[in-house]
Design a protein around this ligand. Sequence first.
Ligand code: THU
Ligand code: ZN
Length: 310
Amino acid sequence: MTASSKELSQEALNLASFSFSLEQKTALFTQLKQQRGILFQRDIIALCNEHKLTETQLLKACVPVASLFSVAPISQFYVGAIVLGINQQGETQFYFGANVEFTHQALSLVVHAEQSAINNAWLNGAKSVIKIAISDAPCGYCRQFMNELDTADSLEILLPEKHFSLHDLLPNAFGPKDLGNEISLMSQSASTHQFSGISNACDETLIKTALNAYVPYTGNFSAVKISTYQDGDFYGSYAENAAYSPSLSPLQSALSQFYLSGLSFDDQTVKSITLLETEDAKNQLEVAKAVLASFENPPAFEYITAALIK
Ligand code: THU
Ligand code: ZN
């Protein structure tokens, strides 16, 4: 064994050895709900110092806390994932994610934990995804979803016992370039598009979120806003995938963000839902209705379409 591989295996042992106590996990979960599923650089530094951990050790130790956000009434299989990403200011942040299931609806509507964490990073302006730590091996669909990232070639996947590159787990991959698409999730620059004839009453953030959708395959710039009575608004954007099926609809994206604040989706909490999509490319109304049909007493639903000026 060479010195460096000895060090590596020692580091791997260290990585496996730290876990938070129940009390620490509960405190972290409370903080994360308030911060809508993000651990900021200042929190990461403080926790690394307090527990004498490297950033990667902390990332892995936080995964069981990510699983606490899971909403899995069908499988009771609580998956947690955390993206280590870099924000626009160059700071390291941890973006949490967990799976979300919908009862009495097609299983294909589930949001996977990895999608949830990447969506969280993307919507909150991360400029790159460096690593993702996950509680369980990522399924084929998630490997494909991750392959849409501009950092797919260097992405590290950290499982509790072993680390991989995305390439290890998805050799001979199919991706955006196979469809002639040169942009990728998170590489796209700020949108220069606009909607025409949209009501002045329409929420500015909803419009901006729709225009920032990643829609290289259908052009359906679309977004969803979930308004709550007391806990503010939550937004989600459409994120397409070259293999189509792993795409994340704007309502799934918004719901995943909503659940990362630990709220429960009921008529006491949620006031209304608004879907905004592009007139010529619309394709989100039926899937939104299907997802909403999963809830008892679904909230008021507003539907807006608007023409795009390119
Ligand atoms: N799940 C994930 O969140 N990620 C994976 O890659 C594996 C599967 C979720 C989906 C579903 O909610 C549950 O685990 C059972 O498959
Ligand atoms: Zn998956």
